[in-house]
Ligand binder design. Structure first.
Ligand code: CTP
Ligand code: CA
Length: 229
């Protein structure tokens, strides 16, 4: 399936996309991570490129890749690496989509040799917060940039999505509910609701992640056009 955009609407625009999980090491053989495959974010990167944008994709550990060879993919492992690569491209970007499932916490101490099982029955890990990439870089955004975030929840989805929209200074938030059949991790399909800056919702039906990506990029194109009108 190919993305269809009439007349390369994002030609001359630079886009930054984060996608995939991050891995936070505990020792040389173990890490903390999540189920993200990067599929949705990668599809958005491909759709942005199909719309004519020059795309940088900051991608956490996944076996998947973008299809379009013109996309500049920067592979990263930790939340800190993802922050640094995103920060390096944020200011120049006209469109930013942060779809990555970034670890919120990481082990405070990383052992440089493999941890051994102790005598006791339990192990307590001390974790520290990672930097919120979207919130930190979003605080430096300009009115001309278009900033899009994701919100994946199991409960109170709408309330949390609207909170992220406000607190992270977003133009658009893509809400994913893990309660919807065929949505979320390890699916080729997704069911999302888009909230615009005013908080108005648009529920999209269950579709392939490629079609959802096309719809998200179409919504971005509308915002870009409004901003330059
Ligand atoms: N995000 C980010 N950096 C982080 C955490 C989140 O850039 N350290 C971004 C995600 O890419 C997503 C948005 O923030 O676009 C929302 O992520 P989510 O995990 O749903 O929300 P959080 O703000 O982390 O809050 P919580 O996990 O407690 O719901
Ligand atoms: Ca989070």
């Amino acid at each position: 399936q190919a993305f269809v955009f009439a007349g390369l609407p994002l030609k001359g625009k630079k886009a930054l996309v984060t996608a995939g999980p991050t891995q936070e090491p505990l020792d040389p053989v173990r890490y903390i991570s999540n189920h993200s495959s990067g599929k949705m974010g990668i599809a958005i990167a491909d759709a942005l490129a199909a719309a004519g944008a020059e795309v940088t994709l900051v991608l956490g550990p996944t076996g998947l890749s973008a299809v379009n060879p013109a996309i500049n993919t920067i592979r990263v492992v930790t939340a800190e690496d993802m922050f640094n690569s995103s920060a390096a491209h944020f200011t120049q970007a006209d469109v930013i989509v942060m779809a990555a499932a970034v670890a919120d916490y990481r082990p405070k101490h990383v052992a440089d040799i493999k941890m051994k099982k102790g005598e006791g029955d339990a192990l307590t890990l001390e974790l520290e917060k990672t930097k919120d990439i979207l919130r930190t870089l979003g605080a430096t955004r300009t009115d001309k940039q278009v900033l899009v975030g994701f919100s994946l929840e199991t409960n109170n989805e709408r309330e949390y999505a609207l909170k992220k929209l406000r607190e992270k200074h977003l133009d658009l938030v893509v809400m994913n509910s893990l309660n919807d059949k065929g949505a979320g991790f390890n699916h080729d399909t997704n069911k999302v609701t888009l909230f615009d800056k005013k908080g108005d919702a648009r529920d999209l039906p269950l579709k392939s992640k490629l079609e959802v990506a096309q719809d998200i990029v179409a919504a971005i194109v509308d915002i870009v056009h409004l901003n330059s009108a």
